[in-house]
Design a protein around this ligand. Structure first.
Ligand SMILES: C[S@@+](CC[C@H](N)C(=O)[O-])C[C@H]1O[C@@H](n2cnc3c(N)ncnc32)[C@H](O)[C@@H]1O
Length: 356
């Protein structure tokens, strides 16, 4: 008989962290309840003095039982603190309540990612977004974007756009340093960047490239803003290697786009960009590299979000590390002209031209 070798389990911190992991979804939903059912808000208003469980019940409309079972665990998570008979808001609870980035990330998880992440093991094994089936029968999330229903739709778009909006503030002035008259935005989504570019310069034309249904959302939005007379739409399935990108641009932008594709797909898309570029065209790539983040929390978030790309977006894409993405530019025939770190919300901007 083969005897199993006895291993000595580490104790203390590791075991404690292991329990946090084992019950991570419990902690998540308890935090959501504390936030969305008004307990954190009531505690913030009460200040350092705090509230009794009974007063918290009156403020939130929950029974004494519900308050006690929820707040006992909220104390363990560190959302709140106990001062004798009273409960008060802790720093973590305050961040959950007031920090916009945290709110956007939690809403994305609550309304969208949570419903598919349980199928991560299957997605990893089969390299397909198995968790997406909760929302629809699409091969990739992007094919279903325009059909997503609320609250999943609004939380997803808010999450996607929260990050890029900050990067666009830095990107737009940089693009206009070269006085472009025609900008092509590949992966234009609902037209956020196009709107900024068109409002920045009254002469510039923008071509938006995206899936047809997504472009319809962009067209509606830009019409509502009175900007549609300077746009062209280029409906495109970028996964089709025969699909050409629009030529004649002074500036081409790919913001948070390449993370939606596998490495071979990225090379294929970038090669088609090179074919559409003239010698003076600049390609502005915006990506989030987990390995160049200053804050541990940013790296943690990006590596977590990469697993959503696996389980729910495409099954084969991710936030690439810088050392994974840069060689792909070279393979596609691009020369990196300049690189700017930490624009927007931890984004990198890569300014590229053709290798001539
Ligand atoms: C992560 S979003 C980024 C949107 C925008 N550029 C930004 O920075 O906020 C990626 C965009 O690429 C588009 N996209 C993804 N896969 C695509 C495909 N296979 N063909 C065309 N567009 C695609 C999506 O529809 C979406 O609008």
């Amino acid at each position: 008989m083969i005897r199993k070798k006895r291993t000595r389990l580490p104790t203390g911190q590791a075991r404690s962290a292991a329990q946090s992991l084992a019950f991570a979804p419990f902690a998540f939903w308890a935090a959501i309840a504390m936030r969305d059912q008004g307990l954190l808000d009531a505690l913030e208003r009460a200040g350092a003095e705090g509230l009794s469980e009974q007063a918290l019940g009156e403020a939130s409309g929950l029974s004494t039982y519900a308050v006690s079972v929820l707040t006992d665990f909220a104390l363990d998570i560190g959302l709140i603190e106990r001062n004798g008979e009273r409960l008060a808001l802790a720093a973590l609870g305050s961040v959950l309540l007031n920090d916009e980035l945290t709110r956007v990330n939690m809403d994305f998880t609550r309304d969208f990612a949570y419903h598919g992440m349980a199928r991560l093991p299957e997605a990893l094994a089969e390299e397909r977004p198995a968790g997406l089936a909760h929302f629809g029968p699409w091969a990739t999330l992007y094919e279903g974007l325009s059909e997503l229903k609320d609250p999943a739709a609004s939380s997803w778009f808010r999450f996607d756009q929260f990050f890029s909006e900050r990067a666009f503030e830095a990107l737009v002035p940089r693009i206009f340093e070269r006085h472009p008259t025609h900008v092509v935005d590949v992966g234009a989504n609902t037209g956020n960047l196009a709107s900024r570019v068109l409002r920045h310069d009254r002469e510039v034309q923008v071509t938006l490239v995206d899936l047809p249904d997504v472009l319809a959302l962009a067209q509606q939005r830009l019409s509502d803003e009175g900007l549609a007379d300077r746009i062209r739409l280029h409906p495109a399935q970028l996964l089709d290697p025969a699909l050409e990108l629009p030529a004649g641009a002074d500036a081409m932008v790919m913001s948070q786009l390449l993370a939606c594709f596998s490495e071979p797909e990225i090379v294929s898309i970038l090669k088609r960009a090179v074919s559409a570029m003239g010698p003076e065209t600049r390609l502005y790539i915006i990506e989030l590299f987990p390995d160049v983040q200053i804050h541990d929390a940013a790296r943690y978030s990006l590596n977590a979000i990469s697993l959503y790309f696996t389980a729910m977006a495409t099954g084969n894409s991710r936030f690439y590390r810088r050392d994974q993405l840069l060689p792909l530019l070279d393979q596609a025939g691009l020369k990196l002209e300049s690189e700017h770190e930490q624009i927007g919300q931890g984004h990198s901007l890569l300014v590229c031209r053709r290798q001539d």
